[in-house]
Write a protein that binds this ligand. Sequence first.
Ligand SMILES: O=C(O)c1ccc(O)c(O)c1
Length: 246
Amino acid sequence: MSEPLKQADIDQEIAARAGEPGDHPARDYAPYRSTLLRHPKQPLVAIKDPEAAELSGPVFGVSDVTPFDNDLTKQHLGEPLGERITVRGRVLDRQGRPVRGQLVEIWQANSAGRYLHQRDDHPAPLDPNFTGVGRCLTDDDGNYLFTTIKPGPYPWRNHLNAWRPAHIHFSLFGTAFTQRLVTQMYFPGDPLFPYDPIMQSVTDERARQRLVADYVHDLSEPEFSLGYRWDIVLDGPTATWMEEGR
Ligand SMILES: O=C(O)c1ccc(O)c(O)c1
């Protein structure tokens, strides 16, 4: 493996790209090292018959998602450790209309910043009562809701002393595999934002802010959880930044 990049190199590269037009990150954003290795280097292949791909691909059905799948604190016998949170929001189209029946899936690290994943071996504890995945379907007003634990910051070896701000990964799934969008939600006031190449790969300040949830006191449940609100806009000038599928 090559020498790890230093924070100063990362800062320099982030500054060089800041304010570039458009809010969608470059597919090869050097400060986020693995994008250099895994971005497409050939022109994208147009699917000649997208409908056929959609009709023959696997789909999920309403009956596949149970009402319990959105509570990540109830998947084991015991309670997971950490700060319990409720995350609510709406999935909207470019006109602000609700997107109904959308499969919303999340995955995240535990409160210590550790993923239950074979490639995460950093020395923070796993929580036997926390898996870190959940899903739900949006209701008729486009609402989704999760009960979970606030994830910890995650050391990810992109460069020396690289820590990801606390975040929750979101996947939004339409009615076929060709309609999947992937993004991340962050927590307000995180001191790691300026150091994170993934966050900073979104070069437009307003688009970056749209990735940060609001703390909403009225959504906090007394003696139970802190409430965050995060709306996801699929398209248009206020679209939420997406990693894939556009
Ligand atoms: O690209 C990565 O390596 C990587 C690892 C862990 C994360 O939480 C993440 O968002 C990205």
